[in-house]
Ligand binder design. Structure first.
Ligand code: ATP
Length: 568
């Protein structure tokens, strides 16, 4: 089709609108625009589009085969001149006619826009899962979407045109039309069907006047199903949150174990080898020698490193709770078990479980643990489903397990299960050559923690540390260095700084005290510490700190000497 060739005279507001409208039309070719103001909006826009523009409209008229000149200035002289100079076959559309044409085109455009929106809306309404029903102010049903027919079984053709006051007089739509108020979450049966639904309905207000109402509803069973799904998801989320709170991965690696003494090297070499296998490891050694540190390092060097490292302190958990702590419990297993709980063995699946203070586990649980070690399966407390796990076990104790076996307090078969690889961490007094490296490592990390700038220790301070026996091992060394660094302002720590902290122990051993069995001495010190700090959890924590033993060890010893109820 040949295009209509058009020239526009006047590029102000009117001319610009004409230009914008016509340039979108396929059948129109705009030859150019003229305006005495070269900054007129139509001129600027046409320039951007690469269309010819001129200050002199006579230039435009010179173009051959011009079909129409649209004059938008409304200036009589311009109109007159154009009438004279246009070619015979060129029509002249003056301002008034141009305005009319614009009004028609605008209306057409609005109609197109309306059709587009209508198309989009009907696509949305048709694809909705919820049913929609619309009625006018008289109750005549004007629209239902496909979901309406799906849920109610009533075809669209049958429903549209009915009156809602007859079709569903008790429904939400009728209520809104009667009251003019929004209805929320009303459960009803859709009139003419058996569908049990939950509806929300609201008035349709146009220019402040209520014109009708719309109702959106869902099948009740759909909602119930959704709620069921939600409940399941909530349970899963709760379980995962529970798990996340407990799961940790190993915090330390072999690089964090400081010292190069042959005694320590022997342990590390054995531990490194065991990390490559899945064998159960039993770590023995006095309190504070780094048994837990070694367990972390073994996990971190093993194939299981990406999976959980779960620590259970067998001495810190009351016997009655230990089993459920280990294996979890099923819902309703005991009063208060309102939901099931996952145990440490399940949490450790794929990873490592570290059973600290294993020597303090009761005999019943020892039997259960033996079964887990043998078969890697167990049942939750109060549950009957067998749970299979893949867990690597590392156990540790500062107690003499052989002695406990002799006393009938530790199962021999469990001992042999556990000590597939047995590593005994040496006490610090047996590897004093590691002291300088440990001290320097501790100073560096405490400088960071305390914001200090300690550079090292003097020779005489080193002598003090070397001459001391370190019954609390590395933990005690850590505590001493921290206490000194908190109080000292010097960059180099001297004997003077240390003596008051380390000397406490030397003095007590050097003092002329009556000799007594060590156990009795220990009991005396524990009683003294508890009476000083109190028999509360916090008091025990501080007592353990003062005695340079772990809290778990203190609990152990308290159990042994039965001062748990000790009142000072
Ligand atoms: N060789 C070492 N290098 C660096 N730090 C160490 C070393 N050995 C122990 N430690 C540190 O000493 C502290 C006590 O170590 P850990 O808790 O591993 O001892 P433990 O033998 O498990 O003690 P307990 O039997 O009382 O539980 C920890 O802060 C640990 O990081």
């Amino acid at each position: 089709m040949q295009k209509v060739r058009v020239a526009i005279v006047g590029a102000g507001r009117g001319g610009f609108s004409v230009y914008r409208m016509l340039k979108k039309m396929e059948g129109v070719e705009i030859i150019g625009l003229a305006d005495i103001n070269m900054m007129a909006p139509g001129i600027l826009d046409a320039q951007k589009d690469g269309v010819f523009v001129t200050e002199n409209f006579c230039e435009l008229v010179k173009f051959n085969n011009l079909d129409v000149i649209i004059e938008t200035t409304g200036v009589p002289e311009v109109q007159e001149k154009l009438r004279q100079i246009r070619g015979n076959s060129t029509a002249l559309m003056e301002a008034q006619a141009a305005n009319l044409m614009m009004a028609i085109l605008k209306e057409k455009e609005e109609l197109l826009e309306f059709k587009r929106i209508q198309g989009e809306l009907s696509a949305i309404l048709n694809s909705m899962q919820e049913a929609i029903e619309v009625a006018d102010i008289n109750g005549v049903i004007k629209y239902v979407n496909p979901a309406f027919s799906r849920i109610t079984g009533i075809p669209e053709k049958e429903r549209i045109g009915q009156n809602i006051f007859e079709a569903s007089p008790d429904g939400a739509l009728a209520t809104v039309l009667k009251t003019g108020k929004v209805v929320f979450g009303q459960r009803t049966k859709v009139g003419g069907s058996n569908a049990d639904v939950v509806s929300n309905s609201a008035p349709i207000v146009v220019d402040g006047k209520m014109e009708g109402a719309v109702c959106v509803f869902q099948h009740f069973t759909d909602i119930m199903n959704l709620m069921e799904e939600l409940k399941k998801s909530t349970t899963i989320i709760e379980n995962l949150t529970d798990k996340l709170g407990q799961v940790t991965t190993s915090k330390y690696s072999f690089d964090d174990i400081i010292g190069d003494s042959p005694e320590l090297r022997k342990c590390i070499t054995l531990a490194e080898k065991s990390a490559q296998s899945n064998s159960t490891v039993l770590i023995l050694g006095e309190s504070g020698t780094g048994k837990e540190l070694l367990a972390h390092a073994i996990h971190a060097a093993s194939m299981r490193r990406e999976n959980p490292f779960i620590k259970v302190n067998c001495a810190a958990i009351p016997d009655t709770l230990l089993e459920s702590e280990f294996f979890g419990y099923a819902k309703g297993a005991f009063t208060g078990a309102v939901k099931s709980k996952i145990g440490k063995f399940e949490l450790a699946h794929g990873g490592t479980i570290f059973l600290d203070e294993i020597g303090d586990m009761n005999l019943l649980l020892q039997a259960k643990l033996l079964r887990v070690l043998q078969e890697m399966e167990f049942e939750r407390v109060g549950g009957n489903q067998t749970i299979k796990v893949d867990v690597r076990v590392i156990a540790a104790t500062n107690r003499n397990l052989r002695e406990l076996i002799r006393q009938g307090r530790f199962r021999e078969d469990l001992y042999y299960r556990l000590n597939v690889v047995e590593i005994t961490m040496p006490p610090l007094r047996a590897r004093k050559e590691d002291l300088p490296a440990l001290v320097s490592h501790l100073i560096t990390s405490l400088n960071r923690k305390l914001g200090k700038n300690v550079k090292g220790i003097s020779k005489d301070a080193e002598e003090v540390l070397f001459s001391y026996d370190w019954p609390g091992n590395v933990r005690e060394l850590e505590n001493v260095i921290e206490r000194v660094m908190v109080t000292a302002d010097e960059e180099i720590l001297t004997k003077k700084n240390f003596i008051q902290h380390v000397n406490q122990f030397r003095m007590s051993s050097e003092r002329d005290v009556d000799l007594m069995p060590i156990e009795q001495m220990e009991e005396m010190l524990i009683r003294k510490a508890i009476s000083k700090f109190g028999n509360t959890v916090e008091g025990k924590r501080r007592a353990a700190q003062a005695l340079n033993i772990s809290l778990a060890t203190l609990y152990n010893k308290l159990k042994k000497i039965k001062v748990a109820n000790y009142k000072s």
